[in-house]
Ligand binder design. Structure first.
Ligand SMILES: Nc1ncnc2c1ncn2[C@@H]1O[C@H](COP(=O)(O)OP(=O)(O)OP(=O)(O)O)[C@@H](O)[C@H]1O
Ligand SMILES: [Mg+2]
Length: 189
């Protein structure tokens, strides 16, 4: 994720300004326990901008931890005995970024783990940035109490920021295809 820097940003959207502001106002964000919830469709640049924030703060020697959310859940199911230590470590860092927050594991055990992570961070009083494909509508209308307890905390900690537009991955794929077609034409000449 080293390439995810503001210098490499080709988007220059309002969300870029918001992400840069987070770095600029880090001391306030930290003091007020304010994070972001980047939500929107796939490939719209949520992880990229979260990574930009992480790299910019790391450059200032501020400790940031960015984890894929599914990996966190995996770790938690594997190291059950060390669960508390693991969550404590997640809550220790000044800024935690959970990439790809979701509720894939709808099992009771899965929900408990998600709750443990989010509530742990919530109680630590330190900011959290999360990216998700869930819509704000879904987060605001939880299906049951178990989901509500998680989403409610998340929405208190994180300012929701919508990511719109078509997938940037699609654009990259089209560019690749275009280059290949050009090469084929050259070869067939
Ligand atoms: N502002 C940007 N400038 C340059 N490249 C970008 C920008 N935003 C995203 N990209 C590139 O586009 C691709 C998709 O972006 P990204 O992975 O951040 O999407 P995402 O919203 O996190 O998608 P998903 O919901 O599937 O996780 C990546 O390869 C990323 O490097
Ligand atoms: Mg992503």
């Amino acid at each position: 994720m080293k390439e995810w820097t503001f210098k490499n940003d080709k988007g220059l959207s309002e969300n870029t300004v918001l992400a840069k502001l987070y770095v600029k106002d880090w001391e306030t964000m930290k003091a007020e326990n304010t994070g972001y919830l980047f939500w929107g469709a796939v490939g719209t640049g949520k992880s990229f901008l979260a990574g930009c924030i992480a790299n910019a703060l790391l450059k200032q020697e501020i400790e940031v931890r960015m984890n894929n959310f599914a990996e966190v859940l995996n770790d938690l199911s594997a190291n059950f005995s060390e669960k508390n230590t693991y969550i404590k470590n997640l809550c220790r860092v000044p800024l935690l970024i959970l990439d790809d927050f979701g509720m894939e594991r709808g099992t009771e055990y899965g929900l408990e783990q998600i709750y443990a992570v989010i509530d742990g961070r919530y109680r630590s009083g330190k900011p959290l940035i999360a990216t998700t494909n869930l819509t704000l509508q879904e987060l605001k209308n939880p299906q049951d109490t178990a989901h509500a307890r998680i989403y409610d905390r998340l929405l208190e900690m994180c300012v929701p920021v919508q990511f719109k537009g078509e997938s940037l991955r699609k654009r990259t794929a089209q560019e690749k295809l275009g280059r290949m077609q050009k090469r084929i034409k050259e070869e067939m000449r």
